[in-house]
Ligand binder design. Structure first.
Ligand SMILES: [Fe+2]
Ligand SMILES: [Fe+2]
Length: 189
């Protein structure tokens, strides 16, 4: 896919309008890390940058708007997603990107889709967006995060395993619900 600076500017402006400054800074951090990882793992830079740019597009939409958009786009919702509607923001973002900007590339759409819950058989692009989201520079430092940063730049699958386990530990600690799919994803690493 060819890099198009003018088009990227249009996309960036749109994304910036959908979120506050902090979230936009996070987004640009994800773009930065995803670009680095795409270089290291030999992936299409433009696809990595677009997936990162759009990943949290719908994150700050109010709950009602998220529900409305899930309905509008006929997004399949299991009970877990219905009860935790905020986790649908990646699914909504992928639909908006396809609808509004006619981006049909399934690699990009899947990377946006699966950045929150992960998925089985993730492509390298999906993995680098999932991981970049966690390790981008504005995330608060912790020794665990640092370990994940090092793994991300050296072994993508080990980084995925570490990220998934860290996610389970975090959600358990915070007493937050865990989508059962995470355990079957973890088995792949
Ligand atoms: Fe997100
Ligand atoms: Fe994010």
């Amino acid at each position: 896919m060819e890099d198009d600076i003018g088009q990227i500017q249009i996309y960036s402006d749109y994304v910036q309008e959908q979120m506050d400054d902090k979230r936009y800074r996070h987004t640009l951090g994800v773009v930065e890390v995803a670009t680095d990882l795409a270089i290291i793992y030999g992936l299409d830079l433009y696809k990595a940058r677009l997936s990162a740019l759009f990943h949290d597009l719908a994150k700050e939409y109010p709950v009602d708007k998220k529900r409305e958009l899930c309905k509008h786009y006929h997004i399949p919702m299991d009970d877990f997603l219905k009860d935790n509607i905020h986790l649908s923001h990646g699914l909504i973002a992928a639909k908006i990107v396809e609808d509004k900007f006619a981006i049909k590339d399934s690699n990009i759409l899947k990377a946006i889709n699966n950045h929150t819950l992960g998925a089985k058989n993730m492509s390298d692009l999906e993995k680098i967006i999932y991981i970049s989201d966690i390790i981008e520079p504005s995330r608060k430092y912790s020794p665990q995060l640092n370990k994940l940063r090092i793994l991300a730049y050296t072994d993508l699958d080990k980084a995925m395993k570490f990220a998934l386990n860290r996610n389970i530990d975090y959600l358990t600690l915070k007493n937050k619900p865990i989508h059962p799919i995470i355990y079957s994803i973890l088995k792949e690493y």
